[in-house]
Design a protein around this ligand. Structure first.
Ligand SMILES: [Zn+2]
Length: 381
């Protein structure tokens, strides 16, 4: 660790000291800010000077870290030092009781950068994020680039682990990655779900020598529903024509429920499969809640009847963004002519939903719906 306490509890750093200054310090006593054990100074020609626990220590702060993590943390720290930021490496923050890899202060803003290379439980990610936020510190999780897996050009493989680190700027989802070997930062922005796993991404990589810290939050806005439609159409086709026996318990329960209502999943109306941000954010497959809405709140209504949209929960991003899934869905239903706004009644139904008896009709419905959505101007859904 790079900070330790003296006997009065004041923090001392070994960074940026001359060998002479360091030599003097070797005779002083230092203590771990966490377990209060005595520490010793480790330094040498190939080692950046740091405080170390004695071998028998059981301190939680004495965590072994991978070489990639060590290198990456230093690279990010030195990058910010070069740009003259007020920056600290592994500084023990007393408020949140944490030691972020890199801690940056920019005017009144405080940012804790965590360069995460290893797996971490969801609870731990949420706990750390919450503790930073409670103390007015913005947590910036940057993931090891080995966690970024491209399934094909322009798409990435979304995992439950990655979902924990989503940010949203101007209603667009993004993730941050860093390769400690190449010193390259990759911003995966404008993320859009095609399915639970397959996610469209605008991937841009920057060498640390060319990018400024502020660029991390100035994400180019280039996402259109149009980009998503061709893949979505293919997926819809597959959904109807290929039966997947390997589904989660939740999806199996959904299939059984639809069947009990007298419909086969492959013949559900296209309205049950509309694109949504919820899938990416972790709200489960969109067709599950869209089908439930259609059955419980829409198909049995008369034309002209008011439509009630129940809330559809979705986990927030690290920076607190929660899309209103039902509002987005209502917008698509309006664009497709199924509802309209009435001054007195709010949303009212304007068209009946057709349930198909044959696959050919269902596929035709899909084609028409995709064509109608293509005509829409830019939509951010
Ligand atoms: Zn300790």
């Amino acid at each position: 660790m790079f900070y330790a306490e003296d006997s009065s509890g004041n923090l001392h750093s070994l960074l940026h000291l001359t060998p002479q200054e360091l030599h003097v310090l070797h005779t002083s006593s230092y203590y771990c800010p966490y377990c209060k054990d005595t520490l010793f100074i480790r330094s040498g020609p190939k080692v950046k000077p740091h405080f170390a626990h004695y071998p028998k220590s059981e301190c939680a702060a004495n965590r072994g870290e991978s070489e990639a993590h060590e290198q990456g943390k230093w690279a990010l720290y030195e990058w910010l030092v070069r740009h003259n930021y007020d920056v600290k490496l592994e500084y023990p923050l007393r408020g949140p009781g944490q030691r972020p890899d890199v801690f940056v202060t920019i005017g009144a803003k405080r940012v804790a950068i965590e360069y995460q290379c290893a797996r971490l439980s969801k609870d731990e990610i949420q706990r750390r994020t919450r503790q930073y936020k409670e103390h007015g510190i913005f947590p910036l999780w940057i993931l090891g680039s080995h966690l970024l897996k491209q399934s094909s050009p322009g798409t990435i493989h979304m995992t439950e682990f990655l979902r924990n680190f989503l940010y949203s700027f101007h209603h667009h989802y993004s993730l941050y990655f860093f390769n400690s070997k190449t010193q390259c930062l990759t911003i995966a922005s404008n993320l859009r779900s095609v399915s639970q796993r397959k996610t469209l991404a605008d991937l841009r990589s920057y060498s640390l020598s060319t990018i400024q810290f502020s660029h991390l939050f100035q994400i180019p806005d280039s996402s259109f529903l149009h980009d998503l439609l061709p893949m979505w159409e293919k997926l819809l086709y597959k959904q109807r024509t290929v039966y997947n026996p390997h589904v989660s318990k939740g999806v199996q329960a959904f299939r059984d429920d639809v069947y009990r209502r007298g419909v086969h999943v492959s013949l559900l109306p296209t309205l049950a499969f509309l694109p949504s941000k919820g899938e990416l954010a972790g709200a489960g497959p969109s067709y599950v809640w869209q089908t439930k809405f259609l059955f419980d709140h829409f198909i049995e209504l008369e034309i002209g009847a008011p439509v009630f949209f129940p809330e559809q929960a979705v986990p927030p991003t690290i920076n607190g963004y929660q899309p209103d899934l039902m509002k987005e869905y209502a917008y698509l239903l309006e664009a497709l002519g199924y509802i309209k706004k009435s001054a007195k009644k709010g949303w009212v139904k304007t068209k009946q939903v057709i349930f198909h008896q044959h696959m050919q009709n269902a596929l035709e419905d899909d084609r028409k719906t995709v064509a109608a959505l293509k005509k829409l101007e830019r939509i951010n859904i």
